[in-house]
Ligand binder design. Structure first.
Ligand code: UDP
Ligand code: MG
Length: 326
């Protein structure tokens, strides 16, 4: 393998910050120290996602203090973690982009290992949290989500929740070309990568403050994750409708047979309740199929409205001369 092709020269670290005044000083200090020590050119981009505390001020101060190394990107209001990261992506200059949470749950000291993994030829480097320090509920909820996401999106990744990740610049450019409003960056990133790998990283408890995700925001995020790659949930409705209508049909067949096959016509088959059940199953089934079909169209509209690039060329090889001028 041509390893010089994967050599990383300039690293951009992107961190979304939302009301993290308690962690910022330590985050900046540790990240700058790590990056100074790793021997690459770098920029540390902090995106302030409309914080209402002193975060924005602190970012401004840090950008002044570490001028040329720390870059502040201040948003006018709160857009959510993934949009904030996208905003950071839009101004990166490095050839490898690393995302990180501001709360120090993923130690910045792991960044050099991500760079090393990228230099081995990976376009996306994911991470798996070792001895995860979240609550029991969060851990199991995210296990279920990871499984569902893997099944629905077909993108292999064991830990979607961990934001400490590295993306090559071309993957970031491709993500920026996606016009949709609700994105889930790790899934989107993987869909544009050729080689990916995952490395285990340590995970600490949140240093200061509380998780910025309420249960409601978390559920919303999971919907983004699912709908970001597929329209399967819509199709499930059709399948369920077919199943229900099928059951109703079988039930009515059974009732008719019982009615005529047995001498007296089974009394339960004659009484209208079961007949009504059968009819109801068929009708609701048909309704669901109808909604599912409408859903199919909506799904297509959704895919078109997102206007994702239909393909993504990684590189063109073997073209000899620039086209001759006529
Ligand atoms: N964050 C953000 N905007 C938001 C919510 C969160 O930029 O609306 C940032 C937050 O500052 C942190 C990261 O996203 O850097 C992850 O948030 P948090 O640690 O609260 O999430 P959890 O670790 O609980 O998933
Ligand atoms: Mg966190």
């Amino acid at each position: 393998m041509d390893s010089s092709k994967y050599q990383v020269k300039f690293v951009s670290v992107v961190v979304p910050v939302y009301n993290e005044e308690g962690c910022l000083d330590e985050l900046i200090e540790r990240t700058v120290k790590t990056m100074d020590g790793c021997g690459k050119k770098y920029e540390f981009i902090m995106v302030d996602d409309g914080s209402s505390d002193r975060s924005a001020e602190m970012i401004r101060a840090a950008a002044e203090k570490y001028s040329g190394r720390v870059v502040g990107c201040i948003l006018n209001r709160n857009y959510g973690q993934h949009s904030a990261i996208m905003a950071g992506f839009s101004i990166v200059r490095g050839d490898l982009v690393i995302t990180l949470d501001a709360d120090l749950q993923n130690p910045p000291e792991e960044i050099p290992r991500l760079i090393a993994a990228a230099e081995e030829g990976n376009d996306v480097v994911g991470t798996i949290r070792q001895n995860r320090q979240d609550t029991f509920f969060r851990r199991y909820a995210s296990k279920v989500v990871n499984c569902a996401a893997r099944a629905a999106t077909g993108v292999r990744m064991s830990d979607y929740g961990c934001m400490l990740r590295a993306y090559r610049r071309f993957v970031v450019e491709a993500m920026l070309k996606c016009n949709e409003r609700s994105t889930f960056i790790p899934v989107l990133g993987n869909s544009f990568a050729r080689n990916t790998c995952e490395i285990p990283v340590s995970h600490a408890e949140r240093a200061v403050g509380e998780s910025k995700y309420s249960l409601w925001k978390l559920i919303n995020l999971q919907f983004n994750l699912l709908t970001c790659m597929t329209t399967i949930p819509l199709r499930l409705l059709t399948y369920f409708g077919i199943f229900s209508a099928g059951c109703g049909f079988l039930l009515s067949l059974y009732i008719i047979i019982r009615r005529f096959a047995t001498e007296s016509g089974d009394s339960w088959a004659q009484s209208g309740v079961f007949t009504l059940f059968a009819v109801m199953f068929v009708l609701t089934g048909i309704q669901m199929i109808g909604i599912g079909v409408i859903g199919e169209y909506i799904g297509r509209i959704y895919t078109d409205v997102r206007a994702r690039p239909r393909y993504f060329i990684e590189e063109v090889v073997g073209r000899a001369e620039p086209e001759a001028e006529k």
